[in-house]
Design a protein around this ligand. Structure first.
Ligand code: F0G
Length: 462
């Protein structure tokens, strides 16, 4: 009988959070120019801005911290991390970095060339930024269902569309494609998983054309759990058997350990190609730190070595994915338009369907972010017109992204289902009076349009 679905841990330490008044929050929103990144965290009741670097560590991780040595050449904490990584990824060469974008930088420097292409399901912003600085064109080739926030259930909406990939290779020529990057799970379209079959087939196609494959593995344990529970042939495999198979199809993997590493800081560049490893070492020495610490303190290496193992624990993953599903089911019951199925690290609300009266040029998902904070002190993130809107370089016209969503990211092992009930109730309240909302107007954006969401200011339209 399956009635034991509670958290597979007890709470040993707590951090107080404050409830504030709606009037206070309205004032703070105004002062922040209606940009949620500028709100102080202490003025947030439930923080769902990100699942990155926000995990609660276990008592085993806290005790491992004390074993951390000074992090320089050959420190013993590195060797613990190295063997933990080799165990999960099945790849020999491990270069730590200070966080995911440090690994993205090294990867882009090694794999990308000016004027060429980097293919992927949906590239994450930090790789995209690094590629753009080099002059490489990042290309998203996710399935069409993965680009439509209103599409029906599909178990693997993070998959790369193989026919799009083949067409692209034929059109541009394999010599013009530097790399294929598979992001697991696919953050930008809902934390949607990629199937083992897709990882295998993408890798076979790439290999045929001599194109290296890299996996962005920030949420690899959640992806492995979806493979176990949704893909034929994997239900009796362990999570580690699945992770090792996933990574057997790539040359290199980069990881932001701030997600499925269950730590607050750290990153990894892991490869089976020795010459790539040597190049990564040199880039790390210049930009990150020595080979055996890459910008992390010895204690952080220790906590990550333990956290990676905990993230691959099946009972933990059942709870983790189950908690996201719990929130998704509550919202669905209230007819709130979300991306289905829910992904591994959050629930994504379709801004276009939530506020159909607000056009994309008036930032419907950003308006929802502000409404949710105003009503309940819950902080979420906009992934829509502000974060992904662009100007056409020739005409200067706005180009609006296909996906227009608000992401409610759930931190690992931090909130209880009671917190999630508060979010669901607040959204229900806002949804019932959705017709009364108008859009917002962008009044300031920084010099780089691709990073404008971090510093933009808005005004409410009356
Ligand atoms: N790759 C993916 C898929 C990510 O989601 C992130 C970060 C990174 C790389 C960069 O890693 O932050 O450690 O430098 N995502 C965070 C988020 C910021 O909120 O989704 P980092």
């Amino acid at each position: 009988m399956r009635f034991m679905t509670a958290e597979p841990f007890r709470i040993k330490m707590i951090e107080r959070v404050k409830k504030m008044t709606k009037k206070d929050r309205q004032q703070w929103l105004k002062e922040a120019g209606y940009n949620i990144f500028k709100i102080k965290a202490e003025n947030v009741y439930i923080d769902c801005l990100t699942d990155s670097g926000t995990s609660a560590m276990s008592s085993e991780q806290w005790s491992a911290l004390m074993l951390g040595d000074e992090s320089y050449a050959g420190c013993k904490s590195f060797y613990k991390l190295e063997s933990s990584v080799q165990d999960i990824f099945g790849i020999p060469f491990v270069q730590p970095t200070h966080q995911g974008r440090g690994a993205d930088f090294i990867m882009a420097q090694i794999y990308c060339e000016t004027g060429k292409y980097a293919l992927g399901n949906m590239h994450f912003d930090t790789f995209r930024g690094n590629a753009e600085i080099i002059g490489t064109h990042p290309v998203d080739l996710v399935l069409d269902v993965g680009m439509d926030a209103a599409s029906e259930y599909h178990p693997f909406k993070g998959n790369i569309d193989l026919s799009k990939m083949q067409r692209f290779i034929d059109e541009k020529g394999p010599e013009n494609i530097n790399v294929v990057i598979i992001t697991i799970t696919c953050n930008n379209n809902g934390g949607q998983p990629v199937s083992m079959k897709n990882i295998r087939e993408v890798s076979e196609m790439a290999k045929k054309h001599n194109i290296p494959v890299v996996i962005d593995s920030a949420r690899m344990a959640e992806n492995a759990y979806f493979i176990k529970t949704r893909e034929e042939g994997y239900k009796d495999k362990t999570i580690k058997e699945i992770t090792r198979e996933m990574f057997s199809y790539c040359e290199t993997t980069v990881m932001s350990s701030k997600k499925d590493g269950l730590v607050n800081i750290g990153g990894l560049f892991v490869t089976r190609n020795e010459s790539v490893y040597h190049k990564a070492n040199h880039l790390a020495i210049v930009h990150e730190g020595f080979i055996t610490y890459g910008g992390m303190a010895g204690r952080d290496l220790e906590a990550l070595a333990v956290g990676l193992q905990e993230a691959c624990d099946e009972q933990y993953l059942e709870y983790r994915v189950g908690q996201i599903n719990y929130l998704g089911e509550k919202l669905k019951k209230n007819n709130i338009p979300i991306i289905i199925p829910v992904g591994g690290h959050g629930v994504y609300i379709d801004g276009k369907r939530f506020f159909p009266q607000i056009p994309q040029c008036e930032f419907p998902s950003q308006r929802l972010v502000c409404a949710l904070y105003e009503e309940a002190g819950v902080r979420a993130a906009e992934l829509g017109a502000c974060a992904f809107g662009r100007k056409d370089p020739e005409s200067g016209e706005d180009i609006w992204p296909q996906l227009e969503v608000m992401r409610i990211a759930i931190s690992r092992r931090v909130y209880t289902n009671n917190h999630l009930d508060v979010i669901a109730n607040a959204l229900d309240y806002i949804y019932k009076k959705r017709d009364s909302y108008k859009g917002i107007h962008l009044v300031y954006q920084g010099p780089m349009v691709s990073l404008r969401h971090f510093t933009a200011s808005f005004e409410l339209l009356e």
